[in-house]
Design a protein around this ligand. Structure first.
Ligand code: COA
Length: 382
């Protein structure tokens, strides 16, 4: 296997882009990454996307975007793993370069969620859950996460306000990210009085519905050492049952533990070596559960990291350093690539006011469903 490096990154701002089509968003991110890498062509393009068929009526994104960016003829295809689709595309790209199958690979994530009315997007998002056993009972995806949050609060004696720190931290960091959907800080008081979505998840516990695209350029270290921005130390995937009730323990994300352990093994690191963690904070409960299962806090103590400020830029384990899914936004199939673009910003000292000082090793974790597909990447500075 060859060592893999990232030689270029690109992203569009996250938002409600009614004036930009899906292919235009993908195009903008891909061309920005290619310009950053200083390349004019690539061997392959893998596109992470979850909902284009349902929300835009468009599948076949590999050929669509390859053609639109002027790369007609290259290998290209869509990769889908629900909200983990972006990191899944990256994972396929890493395997293609590591194996020697390809040299220069574009891994792009793109999603357009806001051009719908009524509950169409909510219905589409629920396809990440088990249709036969969960969704057919009438529950939404937010509702499933609300059940997890309620169970966590019951098991560990945690009050709702204990989660406020995740939201305050994400919005504080999003305020300094020009690509974030929300660039205003949120106070603890605002968190506490936000409208309820699915009790106990309120508006401030939840990531938004939005549009966006991000892209990274992967290449083999031996041939592109001079252009390398960061090294890919680990790329690992683990799975669990889609249905939460089929799990060993609903408030222990076993696939997060497995995916993280596999990544730590590949990178030869422990959680103590990770300087920042781009966590899948689609809902504040997912931050707490992920921090615990990935080894940064004991069971039931993930919320303590938020309460004690350990997740801040200057804390023990900074998370959501550019706003996370909560404030940068969560264009679902693009999110895993945004996370890695942000790790590259951090590890190359380009994170501005959000810079984690001295960061040389960072981890990004992208989750499909409520913990059924978990994809972890660990990157290091050159
Ligand atoms: N956090 C903070 N503010 C938010 C927000 C969020 N998550 N979502 C929307 N807003 C704001 C909007 O900016 C808008 O503000 P404005 O009135 O000042 O312009 C206001 O709230 C209403 O926005 P709207 O788009 O009408 O929200 P909505 O009520 O239709 O949807 C949610 C809000 C939370 C229900 C929706 O974003 C949602 O379903 N999120 C979960 C998505 C999801 O499940 N993703 C997959 C997870 S893996």
């Amino acid at each position: 296997m060859r060592d893999v490096v990232i030689i270029g990154v690109g992203q569009t701002p996250v938002g409600e882009w009614w004036d930009k089509s899906l292919r235009q968003l993908g195009h903008d991110a891909v061309l920005a990454a290619m310009a950053d890498a200083g390349i004019e062509t690539a061997d392959a393009l893998y596109v992470g996307n979850m909902l284009s068929g349902q929300l835009v009526g468009q599948e076949h994104l590999g050929a669509l975007i390859a053609d639109f960016v002027g790369l007609r003829g290259i290998e290209a295809m869509k990769v889908e793993a629900a909200c983990g689709s972006g990191a899944a595309a990256l994972r396929v790209g890493v395997m293609a370069v590591a194996s020697g199958m390809h040299d220069v690979v574009l891994a792009c994530g793109v999603e357009k969620m806001t051009d719908t009315i009524g509950g169409v997007t909510t219905t589409a998002l629920a396809t990440a859950a088990d249709q036969e056993y969960e969704v057919s009972q009438g529950i939404s995806f937010v509702g499933l996460n609300a059940l997890l949050m309620r169970r966590y609060m019951y098991e560990f004696g945690v009050q709702h306000e204990a989660f406020a720190g995740f939201t305050v931290n994400a919005h504080r960091n999003g305020a300094h990210n020009p690509s974030a959907m929300f660039q205003s800080p949120v106070s603890e008081a605002a968190y506490l009085k936000a409208g309820m979505i699915a009790d106990p998840i309120n508006l401030m516990d939840s990531s938004p519905v939005c549009d966006g695209a991000a892209c990274v350029v992967l290449a083999p270290a031996d041939r592109f050492r001079h252009r390398a921005k960061v090294r890919v130390l680990a790329s690992a995937v683990a799975t669990d049952s889609l249905a939460v009730h089929d799990r060993r323990d609903p408030v222990a994300l076993d696939a997060v533990a497995l995916s993280s352990q596999r990544a730590y093994g590949q990178a030869r690191v422990t959680p103590a070596d990770i300087h920042l963690f781009e966590v899948h904070d689609a809902f504040s409960i997912m931050s707490a559960l992920s921090l615990e299962a990935a080894g940064f806090a004991p069971r039931g103590a993930g919320v303590r990291l938020a309460m004690d400020g350990e997740i801040a830029i200057s804390g023990r384990i900074p998370i959501s350093t550019m706003g996370g899914l909560k404030a940068r936004g969560h264009p679902v199939g693009a999110t895993g690539v945004y996370q890695v673009v942000e790790l590259v910003q951090q590890l190359t000292g380009q994170a501005g006011a959000n810079q984690v000082q001295g960061a040389t090793i960072g981890m990004a974790q992208n989750i499909g469903g409520s913990g059924a597909t978990v994809i972890t990447h660990i990157l290091s500075a050159i």
